[in-house]
Write a protein that binds this ligand. Structure first.
Ligand SMILES: Cc1cc2nc3c(=O)[nH]c(=O)nc-3n(C[C@H](O)[C@H](O)[C@H](O)COP(=O)(O)OP(=O)(O)OC[C@H]3O[C@@H](n4cnc5c(N)ncnc54)[C@H](O)[C@@H]3O)c2cc1C
Length: 381
């Protein structure tokens, strides 16, 4: 079924993003995978294309809040087989950006937004700690007021853009209450007492820096508080639908890319004198997966329009993330199987998709947490 959410200007944008992937990303991607990080020039290059368009014009953006553009960047990364390289830039534009647009004072906007829009400042968001992931009430990183500063002590882990980041949106504990004791502060690169730990070695997503961050008597000006003290948890929950939709879009695009590669493979690969695609079991298996992906795409597209309209609920975004990431897992696993031994060779995109996509069911809230959110909304007692 043809998708019907895009207009002519989105199609133009898609063409320019696709050309950028082919020219700037695909040829360099193996080097970035070896380096375990993308260069900062990727952030500025994508910003020039329009990735950070949501920033108001007076601060260097285009003032366009239309998540269809964000979706196109994620999709084209997945279709080109370089999705992990887009994780950092789209975390910057889709997940971190709303905090900097919605919770900042005028002074903060002037200080940060122009370089966030141009991609010169890379942004990360640091919630997870060695002892607290799904349950944010377990956050221990403390920020204690001292004069005009907060003194921050603690450690974060698994932070996307952790090495590249110039600004870190840090979730800290400013009070005892599990949720009302959480606040958001922005830590700038070079702040004394802020250091980076390891760029962590992962199963997949090798082009992406995922790091530990350390705060030791780190003095952060109170002027870097985002929103009000004690309202950090509400800031986080407000932005979850957009974060989860970002992941759902990548998951369904990744599933589509895996299917496209595999359908070509089974047309070409011969066994018992015929293309294996002629075998009814293989044809039926792919038919079922194509059906599921197409139907899921229509749900995700509805969510994109709902986000644009300001009506995407936490539960619906959780459904999109849960379903599309679980489906991507099943699709990619089946596609590896249909590639036979070649599916286990890293020179084949499907093998890399297998290791890269496993994380989708874990970060941004695990499948179990998504199920819990949906379950809670059913008022079953
Ligand atoms: C590559 C990568 C990038 C990441 N990027 C970031 C980032 O940029 N910023 C950031 O802050 N974090 C980031 N994370 C962290 C990620 O969001 C967490 O790993 C994730 O939320 C799970 O938390 P956890 O690892 O502490 O697991 P835990 O919370 O300890 O969960 C362990 C298991 O218990 C299950 N579980 C927990 N609670 C429940 C429950 N109530 N009901 C049922 N099951 C439950 C979980 O589903 C899971 O299966 C990243 C992680 C990775 C691996």
């Amino acid at each position: 079924m043809e998708r019907n959410i895009f207009e002519a200007e989105h199609d133009d944008y898609r063409r320019s993003v696709r050309a950028f992937m082919e020219r700037e990303v695909v040829p360099n991607y193996p080097d970035w995978e070896k380096a375990g990080i993308v260069p900062k020039s990727l952030f500025t290059g994508l910003a020039d294309l329009g990735l950070n368009a949501a920033v108001p014009e007076e601060f260097g953006g285009a003032g366009i809040k239309d998540f269809r553009y964000n979706a196109i960047a994620i999709e084209e990364g997945a279709y080109a087989g370089v999705g992990p390289a887009l994780l950092g830039p789209t975390l910057h534009s889709d997940i971190c950006m709303p905090y900097l647009l919605e919770l900042t004072t005028d002074e903060q906007k002037h200080r940060w937004l122009p370089k966030v829009a141009s991609g010169e400042f890379v942004v990360a968001i640091a919630m997870t700690e060695p002892g607290a992931g799904s349950d944010l009430s377990g956050i221990r990183t403390k920020a204690v007021r001292d004069g005009d500063d907060y003194v921050v002590d603690g450690a974060k882990t698994f932070i996307t853009n952790g090495i590249n980041a110039d600004l870190v949106i840090l979730v800290v504990r400013t009070g005892e209450h599990p949720h009302r004791g959480l606040s958001l502060i922005v830590v700038e690169d070079g702040t004394p007492g802020f250091s980076r730990g390891r760029n962590l070695e992962k199963v997949g997503m090798h082009a992406q820096d995922t790091a530990e961050l350390i705060f030791e008597s780190c003095r952060v000006p109170i002027a870097n508080l985002l929103g009000k003290e004690g309202e950090g948890f509400f800031g986080l929950t407000n932005n979850l639908p957009q974060e989860r939709l970002n992941i759902a879009i990548g998951a369904i695009a990744g599933a589509q890319a895996a299917l496209d590669q595999t359908m070509q493979y089974v047309r070409d690969r011969k066994a018992f004198g015929k293309p294996i695609g002629n075998l009814q079991t293989i044809k039926h298996r792919l038919a079922l997966l194509v059906t599921e992906v197409e139907i899921t795409q229509t749900y995700v597209d509805r969510c994109i329009l709902a986000l644009n309209a300001g009506t995407l609920s936490v539960e619906d975004a959780a459904k999109a993330k849960l379903w599309s990431t679980e489906l991507q897992g099943r699709v990619v696993d089946a596609c590896v199987q249909l590639h036979g031994g070649y599916g286990y060779m890293l020179e084949y995109p499907i093998a890399r998709a297998y290791i890269d996509n496993r994380i989708q069911r874990i970060y941004g809230g695990t499948s179990e947490i998504m199920t819990e959110i949906i379950g809670r909304s059913l008022n079953l007692g």
